[in-house]
Design a protein around this ligand. Sequence first.
Ligand code: NAD
Ligand code: ZN
Length: 358
Amino acid sequence: MFRNLKAVGRILYGRNSFDQLEDVLAELRIEKDSYVLFLLDPYFEGKDLMKRIPLHTQDILKIIDITDEPKTKTVDAIVAEVKSLRNGLPVSVVGIGGGSIMDYAKAIRLMFTNDGSSALYQGLDFIKNKGVHCTVIPTISGTGAEVSMTTVLSGPEKKLGIKGNFTPADQLVMDPDLIASVPEPHRFYTAMDCYIHNIEAANGHRKTIMGDSLGTESLRLCREIFLSTDSHTPENDEKLMVASFLGGLSLTYSEVGACHAISYGLATVLGIHHGIGNCVVFNQLEEFYPEGVKEFREMMKNNNIVIPTGVTANCTQEEIEKMIDVTLTLVFMWAHVCGPDWETIITREKLRGLLQKM
Ligand code: NAD
Ligand code: ZN
């Protein structure tokens, strides 16, 4: 049985397309008291982009702290706060930022129409009701959150996406100018999330021609950008934004692999963020992705990036075992990497050895 998949709804693409946001939202502001909930990455507080947000008097603008990756309790608190401030639901929840803010927007819009805590819905297809309209506007590229079927949240028990056909955004605005200000090494770390998605998707049992075709083009763009020594140009920003989109879409038809499975363990136990965590892990995965790791190191070198090492050096035995527990719950990823007999290959001992190298 095949899933009848859903990706992002409408796509507005081009330099300065952000300035058309007023027109996009005007189509939704039908009632007199309609309001929009804007969620903004803290980097933009007081900056020019914040002044360009088409904010009407009844709208709400929230700048969300993203020091930690998105949490179910923050999602729940924002939904409760907005419900207490306004009658009725927003006509769109607009997330302007990276994977963190886009995931907040995708989750918050679902929790306006589904009861209880967002933690109840972590996993596949637990959401019952369609959410309110959601607009995502990436300002840093690589995660593919702008197109994906998941919103990754850390709950009281686990870091796991709310995944399903209700999760993708309804509207995407891709304006490459918005990512020009991203500093290194953040830009590299998040971009490598895209590169790693493509390598993992292409090397596994759940690979499909659809996923592979999208991923191959994304990979070609990543190579053009990062095998050069002058990666941070306006043209490359546009390529990176498109690579992230294609990479995210390709994952809808494939699966991530060993790097993501292990980096979820690092994130849960040590709070290491997704982009940098993936780089730390991928750097040690020659055994799984020999050519990808070789090329990744070339990209690091060309872009003067040094990936941290020794991140697990001071971990207790208990912490290492907890990371292994988390990693082993990601059964779809391991089945993609090693096939149905993955449990005979991915042993606790093997994972311990890998984690100790990181
Ligand atoms: P991020 O959203 O956490 O942002 C990283 C940093 O970049 C922040 O400090 C932010 O303030 C800053 N920033 C953003 N835009 C900027 C700009 N234009 N100029 C200067 N600084 C800017 O980073 P990310 O890597 O995009 O997202 C990571 C999150 O995405 C994680 O929580 C991860 O779990 C999630 N994720 C989701 C999916 C999905 O499909 N939903 C996929 C992969 C990762
Ligand atoms: Zn990722």
